[in-house]
Design a protein around this ligand. Structure first.
Ligand code: F6P
Length: 539
């Protein structure tokens, strides 16, 4: 057996053994557990001690990372090799947050001069819009930005805006993503075209939803300002510069990026220009710096003290060792409430693959379902199932240690819930404990017999805690880079290319086939169910 197969077999055996024990008991058996499984990096505190692995399990997981040559893959990514093999591309979103003078090459070609030049243009544009030096066609300063994009051209900037937006922004930033006219109508209803800057964000500049919304926004501007006027209210962010000029965006309002930046990794690029304008450049630069700090850690920390690697290994231990096919991510932070939606694209679009780069089926399960929403809200919604459902779902709970926002006393309540949930997931509540409580309350024995099991919590449900010292541009950047590298490490260990997304193509092609059938009754070949639905919807 090859080393990697041996390492997988060891991990599976170690997980099986650990899975028969209780997590809470590991703390007694392993006096160093807390020390070994907590770490502080770039303003984040990670606690993986409530995970399902024991010492032997962790060791087996680290051996697996070693056998999969995570370190070699990491060097190839940062070295700008064509690790996205199916598209022949390097993967260098890390260059977008690297300092100007860094030596970074994509497929052997230096990239930092171009990166820095776009960054400087972004900065100048952001400052000029904020200062009212760049204005609309009728001379009014821009008070609102309409950011149009979808997927990676939407989820990251939306999350970034929520995380960093001032309490009372001077520029109102709005997002439109879906090709559902209701979203466009609701979002623009109270905007004044004279004071609105429209930013069309699309790596390819061909995405159906984005181009439909961009066309609608252009028409909305033209109706108020005329053709020439409308152009002054447009900016475009894309790698397809020929298409942006065909759309009528003046060249000086086009901000490029590169094919070595995947859509779901693009929030470090001009894709987030709208946020840089609305939050100010310093905040955006802080975000880049936080990402760079995590990059430095990921590249240099030993495997056993490497935050993205440990986070990835915990996921693999749960997914492959213990067959847990979902993970819930719950930020106890209103500002981070869209994190799970962002991670759905990052992790599931990157690693939801069934074959490797050689076209051969993978031998083990890959990406799990990721879901979640903000705590404490979810405690009053789906947490029942997390505590007492038949399936164990590993949890990731994210908190912010210090916050001065809002009314006094609330933040401690928020934190107490975060800690309580993690403890409850692990410790649970025994039937004996419940029985004693019910007896003390004088509940009759017959009732106790049926009530006690319903009030029992099995516990032993693993969780990871990530606590930001404060929610700053830097810690937020470090958090996002942490998840990016975690996703990459998982892809390396699963033996897949995390940087293409062929799985999104089929639906797009079929929608384009169905559209003329809905619009004008053209005929097409479909299964009976789809044909019947087309007929029905045409009516
Ligand atoms: O359909 C999936 C996808 O290609 C994502 O990978 C991407 O982030 C999104 O669509 C948007 O693509 P674009 O930025 O090219 O409009």
């Amino acid at each position: 057996m090859a080393d990697l197969d041996i390492a997988w077999t060891r991990l599976e055996a170690a997980a099986k053994a650990a899975g028969q024990k209780r997590i809470v008991e590991f703390f007694d058996a392993e006096p160093e557990r807390l020390e070994a499984l907590t770490l502080d990096v770039a303003g984040l505190h990670l606690d993986l001690s409530k995970q399902a692995w024991d010492e032997a399990g962790l060791e087996a997981a680290l051996d697996l990372a070693h056998a999969a040559d995570v370190e070699g893959a990491r060097a190839r990514m940062f070295g700008g090799e064509a690790i996205n093999g199916s598209e022949g591309r390097a993967v260098l979103h890390t260059a977008l947050r690297a300092p100007a003078g860094a030596d970074v090459k994509a497929l052997g070609q230096p990239v930092m001069a171009e990166v820095e030049s776009v960054r400087q243009r972004m900065k100048a544009f952001a400052e000029a819009v904020r200062a009212g030096e760049i204005r609309g066609a009728t001379g009014k300063p821009f008070k609102a930005i309409l950011h149009i994009g979808i997927g990676g051209s939407d989820l990251g900037p939306r999350l970034l805006w929520d995380a960093l937006r001032p309490i009372k922004p001077t520029i109102d930033l709005r997002f439109v993503a879906n090709v559902d006219g209701a979203e466009f109508a609701l979002t623009t209803a109270d905007l004044d075209p004279e004071e609105t800057l429209v930013m069309v964000v699309s790596k390819t500049f061909t995405t159906q939803e984005t181009m439909a919304n961009a066309g609608a926004a252009r028409a909305w501007l033209v109706a108020a300002l005329g053709e020439q006027g409308a152009n002054q209210h447009l900016a475009a962010i894309s790698t397809a510069l020929d298409k942006t000029s065909a759309f009528g965006v003046p060249d000086e309002r086009v901000f490029g990026f590169w094919d070595w930046v995947g859509g779901r990794y693009s929030l470090w690029s001009s894709v987030s220009l709208s946020v840089a304008v609305a939050c100010g450049w310093d905040a955006f630069q802080g975000f880049l710096d936080g990402g760079a700090a995590m990059d430095a850690h990921f590249q240099s920390a030993p495997l056993g003290k490497n935050a993205p690697i440990l986070l990835a290994l915990a996921q693999i231990f749960n997914r492959n060792g213990l067959d847990r096919r979902a993970r819930s991510v719950v930020p106890y932070s209103h500002r981070l409430r869209r994190l799970a939606a962002f991670l759905q694209q990052l992790e599931m679009e990157s690693n939801g693959k069934s074959v490797g780069p050689d076209g051969q089926p993978v031998k083990r399960g890959t990406a799990t379902v990721v879901f979640g929403d903000e705590g404490t809200n979810v405690q009053h919604a789906y947490f029942q199932c997390m505590h007492q459902g038949t399936d164990v779902t590993p949890m990731e709970l994210i908190g912010v240690a210090k916050s001065d926002e809002g009314p006094a006393g609330m933040h401690e309540k928020l934190l107490s819930n975060l800690l309580a949930q993690a403890e409850a997931f692990m410790v649970g509540r025994t039937t004996e404990d419940v029985v004693a409580e019910l007896k003390a309350k004088g509940v009759p024995d017959a009732e106790i017999a049926t009530l006690a099991p319903q009030r029992t919590f099995a516990g032993n449900r693993p969780s990871t805690l990530v606590v930001l010292d404060r929610l700053t541009p830097q810690t937020f950047g470090a958090l996002i880079a942490l998840y990016e590298h975690k996703t990459f490490v998982e892809g390396v260990i699963w033996g897949i290319n995390s940087f293409d997304q062929w799985g999104v193509e089929l639906g797009k092609v079929m929608a384009n086939r169905i559209l003329p059938e809905l619009e004008s009754g053209a005929s097409g070949q479909h299964d009976p169910s789809t044909s019947a639905l087309i007929q029905r919807l045409r009516k």
